[in-house]
Design a protein around this ligand. Structure first.
Ligand code: GLP
Length: 259
């Protein structure tokens, strides 16, 4: 499904590839295969992976490959993508805490190789700039795997985020807070702000994989991949990465693409 219709707004875009999986399990396996292949090609891969429901299966698969010794993650430099502002890793809503539970601990990822978003820093703006320097000092992301929010956000680059944005504090939309409260059965108060790696840093990655699953993502995936490239739908900017972008989505998520 490569080479879609040319958009006048983005003459260089749209030579990304879309890999359609039959279902969630296959999407998860394909995403894990892509991460594994990147690490096999470069054991010192600088990597960022998302949180959320979509990547759970991918993490499950990666953990089993690492635990079985089929994948050596020991040289990978791993950066977190986003976190609620003020959230510490032990807080119930913490995305980093979720990542620790689902991936970092079961896969025994060394803390020395893991860069956590400085979400509790006393001076968030300075800490965010320092986090960007850590990414630059590591050589930038070799591979960024990202999900897509129902409003088109990438990491926590909410609608309005410019394509050259960097790690920063951002106000969350009501839609994103509601979506994420649902993960906690509505019990959890979701903070009003987050710190997120910027779209600019994600777009500079040598390789970007966008994962999406389910009917609930079909509309926003269509807007992101076939609508105008606009900060109203931050994920649409991913298309400017051209051939560096690979979309791995299941049949339900691609069901509204024109083709
Ligand atoms: C979350 C995260 C994103 C994630 C997106 C989609 O809030 N900040 O990194 O990709 O929303 O989440 P899900 O996969 O649960 O739909």
């Amino acid at each position: 499904m490569a080479g879609r219709g040319m958009m006048p707004e983005a003459p260089m875009a749209d030579n990304f590839t879309v890999q359609v999986a039959a279902d969630y399990e296959q999407m998860s396996e394909l995403a894990a295969d892509a991460v594994s292949a990147a690490i096999e090609a470069n054991p010192a891969t600088v990597l960022t992976l998302p949180t959320g429901e979509t990547p759970r299966g991918m993490y499950h698969e990666l953990v089993s490959r690492i635990v079985d010794g089929r994948l050596d993650f020991s040289g990978v430099r791993f950066f977190c993508l986003d976190e609620y502002l003020g959230a510490a890793i032990d807080d119930e809503a913490s995305l980093t805490g979720w990542l620790r539970e689902v991936f970092l601990e079961p896969a025994s990822i060394p803390a020395a190789n893991t860069h956590l978003i400085p979400s509790t820093a006393a001076e968030p703006a300075a800490a965010a700039a320092a986090y960007d320097r850590e990414i630059i000092d590591a050589g930038g992301f070799d591979l960024a795997v990202v999900g897509i929010g129902r409003n088109g956000h990438v990491a926590f680059n909410e609608p309005g985020s410019p394509p050259d944005s960097r790690t920063r504090v951002i106000d969350l939309t009501a839609a994103s807070r509601e979506q994420n409260a649902a993960y906690h059965d509505g019990r959890q108060m979701i903070p009003a702000r987050a710190m997120t790696v910027g779209l600019g840093t994600i777009l500079e990655s040598r390789s970007i994989i966008l994962i999406a699953s389910g009917e609930g993502k079909a509309d926003i995936l269509r807007q992101a991949l076939e609508g105008p490239i606009t900060s109203d739908v931050p994920a649409s900017h991913l298309r400017t990465a051209g051939a560096r972008l690979r979309v791995i989505a299941d049949a339900a998520a691609v069901s509204r693409l024109a083709g």
